[in-house]
Design a protein around this ligand. Structure first.
Ligand code: DQA
Length: 162
């Protein structure tokens, strides 16, 4: 099983960014624990602050090199796979609330995407209450802190086993 965890803008600062909301743990430390708990799953991780970059990664995860990306991602970057992944766990950060392009990218790929939010966005500002990702996500995990990624992985693995 080959899963991509994809984090969007500002999530590189987990552990330092608003720890009262997002917790004190870095994603790298959490990922280490997650990988050790699921040795049977190959978990790739990618974070970007750039919308187009996230779209490229979604295409690559969905189609491998058949995604036909004409940029450097297709050839040089060792972190991408030439074969499709089985699923994506996506925390699109603030792009969740703004990005029709990410919505379309998810719609365009044949693998399931689970939407994750560390905080309960519905308890927060009104602008966080709408998600362009939710209508195209196969599942949603919201408000369980950083452990939401593990919950999403559990759900995704169950979904893929059905
Ligand atoms: C977030 C919630 C978003 O509203 C916010 O912009 C983030 C993180 C979360 O994980 O709770 O960057 O996706």
């Amino acid at each position: 099983m080959h899963i991509l965890i994809l984090n969007g803008p500002n999530l590189n600062l987990l552990g330092r960014r608003e720890p009262g909301i997002y917790g004190a743990q870095t994603f790298e430390a959490y990922l280490d624990t997650l990988r050790r708990a699921y040795p049977q799953v190959q978990i790739d991780y990618y974070q970007s602050n750039h919308e187009g970059d996230l779209i490229d990664r979604i295409h690559l995860a969905g189609y491998g090199t058949d995604a036909n990306l004409s940029n450097h991602l297709s050839e040089n970057d060792g972190s991408n796979s030439s074969t499709p992944f089985d699923g994506i766990i996506l925390n699109a950060g603030a792009y969740t609330h703004t990005s029709i392009a990410l919505h379309d990218a998810i719609k365009a790929i044949p693998i399931p995407v689970i939407e994750v939010h560390i905080s309960n966005v519905h308890l927060r500002e009104e602008f966080r209450q709408h998600s362009y990702i939710s209508p195209v996500a196969h599942g949603i995990v919201v408000g369980f802190g950083i452990d939401g990624y593990r919950l999403a992985l559990e759900g995704l693995l169950n979904m893929l086993a059905r």
